[in-house]
Design a protein around this ligand. Sequence first.
Ligand code: FRU
Length: 493
Amino acid sequence: MSKNHELMLEKANESIEKVKDIVKYSKYRQRYHFMAPAYWMNDPVGLIQYKGKYHLFYQHYPYAPHWGSMHWGHAVSSDLVHWEHLPIALAPSEEYDYHERGGCFSGSAIEDNGVLYLFYTATTNYGSGFIQTQCLATSTDGIHFNKYKGNPIINEPPVSGSSDFRDPKVWKYEDAWYMVIGSSRDKRGKALLYKSFNLYEWNYVGVLAESRGELGTMWECPDFFHLGQKGVLMFSPMNLGDRKAVYLVGDMDYKTGKLFWSSIGEVDWGFDCYAVQSFLDNKGRRIIIGWANSWDWMPWWRGFGPPASENWSGSLTLPRTVELCPDGKLKFAPIEELVSLRYDYNTMSDIIIKENKRLPVRAGDGISYEIIADFDLTKSTASSFGFALRCSETEETLLECDISSGELVFDRTHSDNWSEGIRRCPLESASKDSIRLHIFVDTCSVEVFTDDGRTVMSCNIYPSEKSTGIYIYSRNGSVKLSNLETWGLSSIW
Ligand code: FRU
């Protein structure tokens, strides 16, 4: 390891050491969602199972609860649920990756012959605008990482790209390695494809997929993988309004390097899911994790919410499995290991909830819990119904099935003193006989899975710890709750 890298890591780890015990007891701290030990985090990166452990790295600024020169934080887990924080893996330290508004940006991990390879974008500034190049660091113990002496391994974008040239995701197919990199040109987001036989020398193949003007100006964090016979590309488009995590499904042609996609959808419809990365675990599952925040839905001066006052910012979504449906859409499910957090089981069934008569529900302590609710639409007349979560006299968060418009609605208008906005997305089961909502609530987030996992929404809220009420309500008619199961979810820390 270079002397400078060693020094920069030491300084960063010391900074975290000083505050991490205070953050442990902060009010908004998530109980079962991954967080950095302190200060800022964004994208999950380098997800991999290596030498028997799940490794999770993340974009990290270890000096303040806001974005800054990027490091790679690091944690390991045996079950993808409980995490152990490790020392920071990468710090900006070399001429090619050092800058106060740059650093070691997002990337991915692979293993080859027992060696763990991290691919990341080095962002620096040689005077006019940013320079982004692709770099490599390796490890044989999964804890200490050496930056490759020959970095950068890709030192400029191809003509079909631009200086926005970041977030390499690497995978193997047959006898070669492939890398997809996010870029843009003429205000059209793109995923650029590279190929290598030795992980050090990369040749540009071409544009794997791109926006024709309808899919955003730059594609951050592209991630390509195979599901059965199909190829899937996920990315986070810039300047595409509410759409923060899009997927394309189609046929991958390695001869031309193109993904001929025929199906498109949202990995998550919520306010707070961005930069989603996938990996294949040794149970054969394709698992994704996203940053439970996003960049540009709010004016910059609003910042990222109350946790910054507690010396932290950012958490991750729950790990989710991805599967392909026969119609080419994807479906997502929370990983089964999460059941290990359940305690205090409650259930009810066959209850009609009348208009204006809220049904109280018990789930854990009303702050971190899981709910599975089934509604029978053949016995319901309501135009909409749903859950009021994290309720007190002054606060409530509404998660509503709007049958009349066929939408799932997340309403943060009265969630707390900070959050705002209503998010809507199509709810396929509004036109079916029943709706299942699978809901995860944590100190400051709500994730809901419905439509058999084809519709997912993740949103952050920051209610007071006194807001623990949970109710089912119905508007313009009644709804039949056919079955309800709830559990408290315990802390992973
Ligand atoms: C996505 C992103 C990436 C970049 C990283 C920087 O959230 O903007 O494109 O590599 O964050 O932290």
